[in-house]
Design a protein around this ligand. Structure first.
Ligand code: AMP
Ligand code: ZN
Length: 133
């Protein structure tokens, strides 16, 4: 997409600090890092949402994420990490080209867990909900 900032990075029109690259994915350092080594992994092809991607494209992403994590581990040796994505604006997505975030983690870094994203006030009956599946 011509006006997409991440497509411009893939096209080489905007510079990036590459962590890992293959035919399907590009991983680069986030310019406004939330953690040391905060890395963004994108499909080279433009998709806004996870739901726009095929099973095979997900598999290509999984391989790219695996390789990127290995590189981040090798270079920065974090004690742990969080991996996640914001899919659609309701979930906090700002750049409309789907991307995974890696947050390398260290003891005492002040960060929370994935669970700190949301804690619903709604009373949810898990047994009832499970019947839908
Ligand atoms: P999200 O809120 O999930 O859409 O995250 C978008 C992320 O992209 C943010 O963490 C930004 O700091 C990051 N970002 C935006 N522009 C660039 C850029 N040119 N190079 C690297 N990271 C970027
Ligand atoms: Zn794009």
């Amino acid at each position: 997409m011509s006006d997409c900032i991440f497509c411009k990075i893939v096209a080489g029109q905007i510079p990036n600090h590459t962590v890992y690259e293959d035919d399907f994915v590009l991983a680069f350092l986030d310019i406004f890092p939330h953690a040391k080594g905060h890395t963004v992994i994108i499909p080279k092809k433009h998709f806004q949402s996870l739901s726009d991607m095929s099973e095979e494209e997900w598999q290509n992403m999984a391989k790219g994420i695996f390789k990127t994590v290995a590189k981040v581990r090798e270079v920065l040796k974090p004690e742990g990490l969080n991996i996640g994505l914001n899919d659609q604006s309701v979930a906090g997505q700002v750049v409309p080209h789907i991307h995974w975030h890696i947050f390398p983690r260290w003891t005492g870094d002040g960060g929370g867990s994935f669970h700190s994203i949301i804690k619903t006030q709604e009373k949810i009956d898990v047994v009832e909900l499970a019947k839908l599946f």
